[in-house]
Design a protein around this ligand. Structure first.
Ligand code: A2P
Length: 279
């Protein structure tokens, strides 16, 4: 229920872009929150920008549309605004989200990302997704799609880790050149959950530079980190289940960082990921 409450609070606070996925196992709550807010007259469906994701076990082209349809059924919505390939590697199809062999090793699956992409294009043509994109793709993987013979739609976005400690200067430039929006996940430096986060990289929000700049504007380090990203054209998807912090993370449109401050924050880049995706 905390996801339902958080999404409702977020919509009331002004958020419209909601980043979800089947593998977060809370799409039913997200859908319910959106539908309740529509019923209240607070928003219309077209005000919301919902992003859903195609999981690794669903890359075979014939699975793409049924998987999106399953998400729509869970959400109880007619379409998603954006549907993205969550990761550029495929796992063995089946019920196990992380299919493993007897030695506990992930079972991968032969895949042709271009064929998966064509199935994504068909979802857009069918009106089930307004736009299509990718996530965790590097330059080489993006080029594979962009150079695909007969490409119908380019990926509109690439969702990757991006924040002051991992600024992605080269990928950002490449995506700019190709009109691909970078959506930055973990924009606050993650929850530091050791089961999936590389905690050897220090906590972003404790950074002295972010805190000092925040002090000047009467903002928190989190707000400065988010402002930094949006000011360089990176979409941010901060996560919080705390009402006060959900609202705090939206209060970033009433100040701006100077060029010097932007450069100073860019200088914090460590080129180290929190989310290593070792699988
Ligand atoms: P909480 O849910 O208790 O607010 P990211 O978006 O980089 O994945 O970061 C998410 C983590 O950051 C969560 O643990 C969240 O905890 C915490 N968080 C979210 N907003 C803030 C904020 N404004 N200040 C401090 N921590 C925050």
């Amino acid at each position: 229920g905390s996801c339902l409450e958080s999404v409702k609070i977020a919509i009331d606070a002004g958020y419209r872009h909601i980043d979800g996925a089947f593998v977060y196992y809370n799409e039913h709550e997200v859908g319910q929150a959106i539908r309740e807010k529509i019923a209240e007259g607070r928003i219309k469906r077209e005000d919301i920008f919902y992003c859903g994701k195609l999981w690794n076990t669903c890359h075979p082209p014939e699975l793409v549309r049924p998987t999106l349809e399953k998400t729509l059924k869970i959400l109880q919505l007619d379409y998603v605004d954006l549907y993205i390939i969550e990761l550029p590697m495929a796992f063995k199809p089946g019920d196990a989200i992380y299919p493993k062999d007897e030695n506990g090793k992930i079972i991968y699956h032969e895949t042709d990302l271009c064929a998966t992409w064509e199935a994504m294009e068909a979802c857009k043509d069918a009106g089930l997704a307004k736009s299509i994109g990718v996530s965790n793709f590097n330059r080489r993987q993006l080029e594979m799609i962009l150079n695909k013979p007969g490409l119908k739609y380019k990926p509109v976005s690439n969702q990757v880790e991006c924040h002051p400690y991992f600024t992605q200067p080269k990928l950002l430039e490449f995506c700019r050149q190709h009109d691909i929006v970078i959506v930055g996940y973990s924009p606050l430096g993650t929850s530091r959950d050791e089961t999936w986060v590389n905690v050897s990289s220090p906590p972003l929000l404790k950074d002295p530079v972010l805190n000092a700049i925040g002090k000047k504007y009467n903002k928190t380090a989190a707000q400065v980190a988010l402002r930094f990203s949006i000011q360089r054209g990176v979409v941010v998807i901060p996560k919080s289940f705390n009402p006060q912090r959900i609202r705090e993370n939206f209060q970033i449109f009433d100040f701006s960082l100077t060029e010097k401050e932007m450069e100073e924050i860019k200088g914090l880049n460590k080129n180290v990921r929190y989310v290593e995706l070792l699988m």
